[in-house]
Design a protein around this ligand. Structure first.
Ligand SMILES: *[C@@H]1O[C@H](CO)[C@@H](O)[C@H](O)[C@H]1NC(C)=O
Length: 210
């Protein structure tokens, strides 16, 4: 009898608690989404002390001609005009046939301000160049998971900070993802860029106040 009463009495409480937990979870999710959607510029950090390291250190990611480059912070110093990447994190919108890949967060960036146009940053699955494009152009490539490091300062792709800047032409530093961990040996050989300067870079989030 006592047990019966307790059981009945506990039902509304349990329901109330689980409802509250669900609401709390939703509210936490909304806060997390908002934090992920804070806009940032992407800045290169090169701690080495070669001339190339010093040249690339402090450059920021720009987008032009379907690719992501590291260029001068001041647009007037860029030899080729490019749009400064302004990025954030949001779930990549998988297609029905790619849902099972569970690639999680994508990294959209503005690629023009007027009109405001967003594209996804991705690593080309064959060449490992960082590129940008709409879903149709990006879905077959490495679109994520993008993330931040525990201190939320550095950018990761597939849980690694494996980015390399390659000087494809004089002063033109393109960004690559070292997916195989071989310092791009295969892809640079295929592109005939083995003799070009390259430097490992870390990519940091420079929050842009809105
Ligand atoms: C994606 O981009 C390509 C190339 O710019 C374009 O042809 C295509 O229409 C775009 N697709 C969508 C859905 O916007």
């Amino acid at each position: 009898m006592v047990i019966g009463l307790l059981t009945i009495a506990s039902i509304p409480t349990v329901t109330g608690v689980s409802f509250a937990v669900t609401e709390q979870r939703k509210s936490n999710q909304r806060k997390e989404d908002a934090r992920r959607m804070v806009k940032f510029n992407i800045e290169a950090v090169c701690e080495g002390d070669t001339d190339d390291d010093r040249d690339v250190n402090g450059r920021i990611a720009v987008v032009r001609n379907d690719k992501v480059y590291l260029d001068h912070r001041d647009p007037s110093q860029r030899t080729i005009p490019a749009f400064t990447s302004l990025a954030f994190y949001i779930e990549y919108p998988e297609l029905e046939e790619t849902k099972h890949l569970k690639r999680g967060l994508g990294l959209p960036t503005y690629v023009s301000a007027n009109p405001p146009l967003l594209n996804w940053i991705y690593a080309d699955k064959d060449t490992y160049e960082l590129k940008y494009g709409n879903r149709t152009q990006s879905v077959a490539h490495v679109v994520g998971p993008w993330d931040w490091t525990e201190d939320e300062r550095m950018i990761t792709l597939e849980e690694r900070e494996a980015f390399i800047a390659v000087e494809e032409e004089e002063g033109q530093w393109a960004l690559y993802f070292d997916r195989d961990g071989d310092e791009l040996a295969r892809t640079l050989e295929e592109k005939g860029l083995l003799d070009n300067p390259f430097v490992p870079v870390r990519l940091t989030r420079r929050i842009v106040e809105e």
